[in-house]
Design a binder for this molecule. Sequence first.
Ligand code: FAD
Length: 399
Amino acid sequence: MKVLISGASIAGPVLAYWLNRYGFEVTVVERAPRPRKTGGHAVDLFRPGMDISERMGVLPLIEAKATGTTRMTVYREGKAAPATIDMTKIFSAVSDRHVEIMRDDLSEVYVNATVDDVEYVFGDSISKIEDDLVSFEHGAARRFDLVVGADGLHSGVRRLVFGDEPEYFIGGYLAVASAPKGVLDGEMVTHIRPGRLASRYGARPLDDERIAFLFRGDHELDYHYRDTARQKEILHSTYAGVHPQVDEWLTEVERTPAFYFDSITQLRMASWSRGRVTLVGDAGFCPGPAVGGSTSLAVLGAYVLAGELAAAGGDHTRAFPAYESEMGDIVRQSRSFALAAARTLIPTSKIGVGALVAGARLVSALPAGVSRALAKRGGKGVRMHDSMPVKDYQVALKS
Ligand SMILES: Cc1cc2nc3c(=O)[nH]c(=O)nc-3n(C[C@H](O)[C@H](O)[C@H](O)COP(=O)(O)OP(=O)(O)OC[C@H]3O[C@@H](n4cnc5c(N)ncnc54)[C@H](O)[C@@H]3O)c2cc1C
């Protein structure tokens, strides 16, 4: 049975891995001309993502590429001394098993785990899907039994099959710029003001650094997604004068070789399958970039989709509803989590900023066992992504 996957980042290669192990014939088409290694940002793998990666045999490779960020130095308005946060304590409070890794490093590990058994077509994109016949922007049309969109928040497959599904603005904007290395080692420096947060961090495996901006306003901004000059202008008007160091970062934004800017939006599709086509990862159920555990959700979704297809012997009329039913509650919880996280991570008042920093300092000062116990007592809450169940599929694997 032939399956075409659009997108070779996280969900795509994980799905390709498991489908191949279950005996499906898999092709992955990726719009980028080659695996991406510039720009990008750090992502989190929580326990389910770690467990699935372990089953894939790639966990040591992932751990070897961890960012190595262990502390955050936070500067606030009106406070002469910065607060120091022990990031290892924060992560161990919210997760029993966690790694932070650059998205492109994680993607590379997953692609390398599949590249010998799966056909990868880089530099192309699906242009039309008519029953089992798929047309491409560049290559010749081909027949596939099933098509899966793993092509991210602004998915092309979703647009072709479902039309213009709304992406719900959840009150924030996100920008990332690459900057030269040499400033920080194992550290993230953060400046926070009501409604605005800017951070600069390195990552052990990277030969440059990232500056990330997270901000919210009271209305949606007017800009075109391709108008980088206007996006940089928005960053300047939002952050100029926050702190001399942030002004330096804005200078880096001007000369950065890699720049990303987007609103933080969430998908709320009641169903993400139609006929022979389904969606996985951000393409189908993005809770909001940088505010939820969407990378772990993408890995889990890919694993579940492959497992349900294998369990149903490739019958998508049974597998797709089973996949949606397995993921449904988890996706709804992650949406609520992201809405709350967007409010908490970008507080709009001085009191909110104070509470966020005080909470982080408290967790970082407590022994790890105590903060973990307190986080667990709060129910799923902050540990929502760690507690997503990973089902066992009793289907024979190809060796
Ligand atoms: C700035 C930023 C910060 C983030 N921080 C975090 C974080 O801290 N923690 C966390 O867990 N997650 C974070 N995320 C979210 C995380 O990156 C995503 O949840 C994760 O990458 C989803 O993986 P995916 O494979 O579903 O989609 P993506 O990683 O978006 O990959 C989609 C792939 O499809 C390809 N593609 C797109 N369109 C087409 C097309 N038409 N045809 C073919 N290929 C196409 C793209 O090139 C890409 O390779 C962040 C995201 C952003 C943008």
